[in-house]
Design a protein around this ligand. Structure first.
Ligand code: C5P
Length: 226
């Protein structure tokens, strides 16, 4: 079964405070989007569509020059879910292909997690997400008060998130038609009744969002290559 991927990299990255779009920010001298795409290819992705900020498409294409699998850049949409939908429509893959959707901001995703997600799509027939336990205590905040939530029952969700192509296309078409907003692809699948299987995520797959995350990622990278 072919494994293909959408890498969403069309965000501005305003929370990172960099002068360039986040996907072009260098980590150990290599742009985040290049690290993410290389890791997906190492984990088994055979073709990739990257959604990019329209005005920086040429720079992202430069950054992806020489990747060991076919890569195409397309302008993203106004939201992550729109970008995913565009990416899916640009992937010429068969309906039963395994498709992985990955945030470029999770640049240090271990290839083992990528292949574990793809394998779980095959065996489960469901949507698949990598997750980690929640380390902080969590409180749910209401208008007047707040209450503790049992963190033992909570997981934080990473990417890549996987499903069969027909499942993900159906899910994103339906949420677009219904005007529903979701923050990830598993939520889109769940909305159309596709169950979600969990696999183990990895700390390295953290989303690089704020300046401190880039500092941590640089340290993780240095530790990795030491
Ligand atoms: O904003 P957030 O951190 O949730 O974005 C997650 C990922 O989605 C990022 O990699 C970002 O580049 C991507 N994105 C996108 N198109 C948008 C907004 C975000 O591809 N319009």
């Amino acid at each position: 079964v072919p494994v293909v991927a959408v890498v969403v990299a069309a965000g501005s990255g305003s929370r990172l405070g960099a002068a360039v779009p986040k996907s072009l920010v260098p980590l150990g001298g290599v742009p985040l989007v290049r690290r993410a795409v290389d890791a997906l290819v190492a984990g088994g992705a055979q073709a990739i569509v990257v959604t990019v900020p329209a005005e920086r498409a040429a720079d992202v294409e430069d950054a992806l020059n020489g990747v060991a699998a076919p890569v195409r850049c397309v302008p993203g949409g106004a939201t992550r879910q729109e970008s995913v939908r565009i990416g899916l429509s640009e992937l010429g893959a068969a309906d039963d292909a395994i498709v992985l959707v990955h945030d470029a901001a999770r640049a240090l995703i271990p290839p083992d997690v990528v292949s574990a997600v793809a394998a779980a799509v095959l065996t489960s027939g469901e949507a698949v997400v990598p997750v980690l336990p929640v380390v902080d205590s969590i409180r749910e905040v209401g208008e007047q008060s707040s209450r503790v939530v049992d963190r033992g029952r909570l997981r934080s969700v990473q990417t890549p998130q996987g499903a069969r192509m027909w499942q993900l296309r159906a899910a994103h078409d339906r949420i677009a038609a219904d005007g529903v907003e979701v923050t990830d692809d598993a939520a889109a699948c769940e909305y159309v009744g596709i169950p979600v299987t969990l696999v183990a995520g990895h700390r390295d797959a953290m989303k690089i969002t704020e300046p401190v995350d880039l500092i941590l990622a640089e340290a993780l990278l240095a530790h990795r290559t030491a």
